[in-house]
Write a protein of this length. Structure first.
Lengths: 109, 964
């Protein structure tokens, strides 16, 4: 974002939010690598997908509104999609993991 | 205009007939009868012009730049044939009305019968040779359909296939001959060809062309050595046999011979080819006919023989013989069609056509017996009937054509011998069926048929009698017109009369009558001899045909076995290898020059991205064989990296498309993986044999070489200065003439819309093929079980979830609710992408994929049965609507007199909404959208339905997934 015309009230919070979003995503990725078992790992990336992408989306709203000179709210729709779809993914993954563990337990017996 | 109507009317009638309900027997017959009589009336209305010696022409230009036009031409000869075809058609329709059973699907019958009539009229009236070939092939196709009308009978299918292959091969040979003829003359117009006889005969291509033409004509007219298909074509319903296989279609060959006679005849080669083929058929057909048991087989072989007679006359290189040939074409059509109809009546009323079972039918059906008796007399050549006249002309010609040498004795002897046989089989046909003691134990009790069935046959026999007794008064005029049209100034002096004085040919006629009677008496007394044709019964053309057929099929199979592999790896290797060779050939000569365009500096983030992508790609290749799921996930990652790359370089359209395609593909492969073994676990030694290592290193080397080559090609193209010239053109022209801000979309739906139309058509076809292939597919028994997790009750849901429940039980409840919430939102987004596609990233393709993905989510969380019990989607309808919309968008340009697919803009000023900018491009994109949704869903749903299948060996389960 090197557009010179952007006012300060957009660039400062926008930059901060972007950095925060990036950090959150990285923390989530690190967690995915570092955490021990599947249920704990499930939590880590969700920080990135919810809060992280939320930060980026707010930045996008700010910047677009400033650039076009009118309020832009398309990002709310994206947020809605993220909110609706993320649980589906998470639940299906958990379901697979539960199943896998059950199979493992059974074969160990 | 009348000419066009004559050809068009039967085809229109055929279309109408196809749309009528199956039970409308009377309506069908009325329609066909009106069409046939209408054609006859139209032809008759042209009589004054034709009689004055004019040629009626109609030329409709089609592609004048390429010299293509629709050219119809009617002279006296064509007029005579038009009348023959349409009048015969009317009689056969009347007959068929009573012959066909109410249980038969008559629309198909009358539809094809009329289509045949139209094609035959097309042959007769064609003034352009290529056009003639087209109609010629159409008669072969309609004949195939009509022979196979009762396709539940194996002999009908076999006979139809044989007829189609033999006459189809002849059609191919005709096309070659016509092309050569066109090259020799320099024009395909019949007028030009007929005027260039000397040029043609002197040309060095003449022999080759004539052999090809003879092959075409001899196959079509069932002449030796291709005669064998005709007896097998008798599996057709009898009206078809009467119409196609005696009166008209088999006459197409001799028709063409006579048509081209002025241009081609007169050479030694012509005599040997045509006269030789005709003579062989004449004798073989007559001899075989004498020993058949089936009434229709007798008539079929007799048709071969009579067509042989006509062919022989045409081959004699004499004008008088040509006139005799045309005369006999007419005569043969009248008496043979009438005999076929009588045979059909006998078959219809008694239930059998077997000569050895039938006997004494004259008591039960005296009228039929009389009609058949007179017609058979004409076939045998009894005086005062029309067959006698043309046969006597034939004998006269055969006495003169051979000259003075050995041929001068052989030809008349052969003609006489054939005459003897023809009398014998005619006699046998009548005597065994209608005379003798009344037959017992027939399938049905014989009685006289309804009048409508007898009428056409009787009318034809009346024609035989009238022509036989008053030839000059009845057909003399028509024959003179036809002969004049063929020969022009070369018309010889001839006289149609019963009595020419005591001549050698008259003597031959009586010798044939006496000899035939004697032969029949001898054979009848010996009785047993009537079973099988002596000497030539082993000489079976059918057997030869079958052997050839099987040999070709076996050879093809062997070739496929040796040249191809069923293993996908090998096929892929071959395809990629062939592509590499094709790419290397030009490079070998020109070399690969890299351009010197400045390179973009490498961004470290981007490098990391590509490193991740590369690792995933290599990982996928390594795991592809041993852990398919993991390989699939890594391939998905590669796709994601590609998509990000597009986004990185400011190509949002490509990125979007790549992303949606990636999603759909992954789901598709996942659904397929369900039916494969989960993981291949090789024994360690097997994995490390020398052979396996060699194969793997070969594949790796090959893959690396191809990949590097592709990268080098892409690099070379992108660094050259030429690559940058295309972009500005599109950028400049997208907005102004084309009216769109999204250049990528404008390219797809406007600049190269025709390509897109072709592509979406292919996508639709592929989807239908996948569906058709999977419809019959049954998974292997070992992978048919429900997945282990579902089976052991660890998780719920799946394809077998209860379709009545509002929500699935168990752990799928929440995803199901959320997934359903998603559907309307996703539909909204997909439409949004479709609508804004022309000016911003998006378009029909992406939008369609998004909607398809949303639908797939419904299938995944709800199960196929649940979704389909609530929401019936008909992907085939979507595909059809999509194609229609795209084509309609293209056709819209025609109303503005612009080329196909030119974008049309419509500005609407509506109240409230304001100005609405409507473009045909949007309609086109809507077509793409609909088609993509339909195609993607059809494939995915077809795959998803596999989980509802049971293996073949079990009984069809309670859940049948075939209803899609």
């Amino acid at each position: 974002m090197t557009t010179p015309g952007l006012p300060l009230w957009v660039t400062v919070p926008g930059t901060l939010l972007l950095v925060a979003g990036g950090l959150l995503a990285m923390i989530g990725a690190l967690g995915l690598v570092r955490l021990r078992d599947f249920p704990s790992r499930m939590h880590a990336p969700t920080i990135g997908t919810t809060l992280g992408s939320g930060c980026v989306l707010v930045t996008s709203m700010l910047v677009s509104s400033a650039m076009l000179g009118r309020p832009v709210a398309h990002e709310l729709l994206i947020t809605l999609f993220v909110v609706v779809t993320a649980p589906i993914t998470a639940m299906l993954l958990m379901r697979a993991a539960v199943y896998r563990d059950a199979i493992r337990k059974r074969s160990r017996r | 205009m009348t000419l066009a109507l004559i050809v068009l009317l039967p085809f229109l009638g055929s279309l109408c007939a196809a749309c009528l309900p199956a039970s409308a027997r009377n309506a069908e017959a009325w329609l066909a009868g009106i069409v046939a009589t209408g054609c006859a009336a139209l032809a008759a209305s042209l009589f004054p012009e034709i009689a004055a010696g004019h040629v009626v022409r109609l030329s409709i230009p089609w592609l004048p730049q390429a010299g293509l036009e629709l050219y119809l031409r009617m002279d006296g000869y064509a007029w005579l044939f038009t009348l023959l075809v349409s009048v015969m058609g009317a009689l056969v329709v009347l007959y068929a009305r009573y012959y066909m059973s109410p249980r038969d699907p008559v629309p198909r019958f009358f539809s094809f019968l009329m289509a045949f009539m139209g094609s035959m009229l097309g042959i007769v009236l064609s003034g352009n040779l290529i056009q003639l070939v087209v109609f010629w092939e159409l008669t072969s196709i309609t004949s195939f359909m009509l022979i196979a009308y009762w396709y539940h009978r194996p002999e009908a299918r076999h006979g139809a296939r044989m007829a189609a292959i033999v006459t189809g091969g002849g059609g191919l040979s005709l096309l070659l001959a016509v092309l050569m003829l066109g090259q020799i003359v320099g024009s395909y117009s019949l007028d030009d060809v007929l005027a260039a006889g000397d040029l043609i005969r002197a040309h060095r291509w003449y022999p080759a062309m004539l052999v090809l033409l003879a092959a075409a004509v001899l196959t079509k007219s069932a002449q030796f050595p291709f005669h064998f298909w005709l007896p097998h074509a008798m599996a057709a319903p009898t009206p078809v046999s009467a119409y196609l296989h005696s009166a008209t279609m088999v006459k197409a060959g001799v028709f063409l011979l006579a048509r081209l006679w002025p241009a081609l005849a007169g050479t030694e080669l012509w005599f040997w080819l045509i006269c030789g083929g005709g003579a062989a058929s004449l004798l073989l057909g007559a001899a075989s006919a004498t020993f058949q048991r089936d009434m229709k087989a007798v008539l079929a072989y007799s048709t071969v023989s009579h067509l042989g007679l006509i062919t022989m006359l045409l081959g004699m290189n004499s004008e008088l013989a040509l006139i005799a040939a045309v005369f006999h074409m007419m005569n043969h059509a009248t008496f043979k069609a009438s005999l076929f109809m009588a045979t059909g009546i006998v078959d219809h009323e008694t239930g059998t056509r077997d000569l050895s079972r039938l006997s004494g039918l004259r008591h039960a059906m005296p009228l039929t017996a009389t009609v058949a008796f007179v017609a058979a007399g004409a076939m045998a050549g009894v005086p005062l009937l029309n067959g006698f006249l043309s046969k006597e002309m034939f004998f006269t010609e055969s006495l003169q054509a051979g000259g003075t040498g050995g041929l001068g004795i052989a030809l008349p002897a052969l003609a006489g011998l054939a005459g003897v046989f023809s009398v014998a089989y005619s006699l046998r046909f009548i005597h065994q069926v209608f005379f003798g003691p009344p037959a017992t134990a027939l399938p049905r009790t014989p009685r006289e048929p309804t009048r409508g069935m007898l009428l056409p046959s009787a009318l034809l026999v009346l024609g035989c009698l009238l022509i036989g007794m008053l030839p000059e008064r009845t057909v003399g005029g028509a024959l003179a017109i036809a002969a004049h049209a063929l020969l022009g100034d070369r018309l010889p002096d001839y006289r149609l009369a019963i009595w020419h004085g005591f001549t050698a040919s008259l003597l031959m006629s009586f010798v044939a009558l006496a000899g035939g009677t004697a032969l029949y008496v001898v054979l009848y007394v010996r009785g047993r001899a009537l079973r099988r044709t002596p000497l030539i019964s082993r000489l079976s053309g059918k057997r030869g045909f079958d052997v050839l057929n099987v040999t070709i099929f076996r050879g093809a199979r062997r070739f496929v076995r040796t040249a191809f592999s069923q293993r996908l790896q090998v096929q892929l290797l071959l395809i990629v290898g062939a592509a590499a060779v094709a790419a290397l050939l030009p490079l070998w000569r020109g070399g690969l020059a890299f351009g010197d365009a400045p390179l973009t500096p490498l961004d470290p983030t981007f490098a990391m991205l590509w490193l991740a992508g590369a690792i995933c790609a290599v990982g996928a290749a390594v795991q592809a064989k041993f852990h398919r799921l993991m390989a699939l996930i890594m391939v998905g990652c590669v796709g994601l990296v590609t998509s990000l790359t597009f986004a990185w370089f400011s190509a949002p359209d490509l990125a979007l498309t790549q992303l949606t395609v990636e999603v759909i593909t992954t789901v598709l492969i996942l659904l397929g993986l369900r039916w494969l073994p989960r993981r291949i676990q090789f024994q360690e030694p097997l994995r490390h044999t020398l052979r396996a290592r060699l194969r793997r290193s070969r594949d790796a080397a090959f893959a690396i070489a191809i990949g590097v080559g592709m990268a080098a090609l892409a690099f070379a193209m992108l660094t050259r200065p030429g690559a940058s010239r295309l972009g500005p053109f599109f950028l400049q022209n997208a907005l102004e003439p084309a009216g769109g801000r999204n250049v990528v979309n404008v390219i797809l739906v406007d600049f190269r819309a025709f390509d897109t139309l072709g592509e979406i058509t292919v996508v639709g076809i592929v989807a239908l093929v996948v569906y058709a292939l999977l419809r019959r597919f049954r998974p292997a028994a070992e992978s048919i079980d429900v997945p282990r997790a579902q089976r052991e009750g660890l998780i719920g849901g799946g394809a077998h979830a209860d379709p009545r429940a509002l929500l699935p039980e168990g752990d799928l409840k929440i995803p199901a609710v959320l997934g359903r919430l998603l559907l309307p939102l996703a539909a909204l987004v997909s439409v949004y992408f479709l609508l804004r596609g022309h000016d911003a990233p998006g378009g029909g393709f992406v939008g369609g994929l998004i909607l398809a993905t949303a639908m797939i989510v419904q299938y995944m969380v709800g199960g196929a049965l649940w979704v389909e019990s609530r929401l019936r989607i008909h992907p085939q309808v979507w595909i059809a609507l999509g194609l229609l919309a795209a084509v309609a968008a293209g056709l819209a340009a025609w109303f503005a007199a612009r080329p196909f697919l030119t974008a049309q803009v419509l500005e609407l000023h509506a109240p409230l909404i304001g100005t609405v900018h409507l473009s045909s491009v949007l309609l086109f994109d809507l077509g793409v959208y609909l088609l993509v949704v339909g195609a993607a869903l059809l494939m995915l749903v077809a795959l998803a339905h596999q989980s509802l299948r049971s293996p073949r060996r079990e009984l069809p389960g309670a859940v049948d997934g075939a209803a899609l």
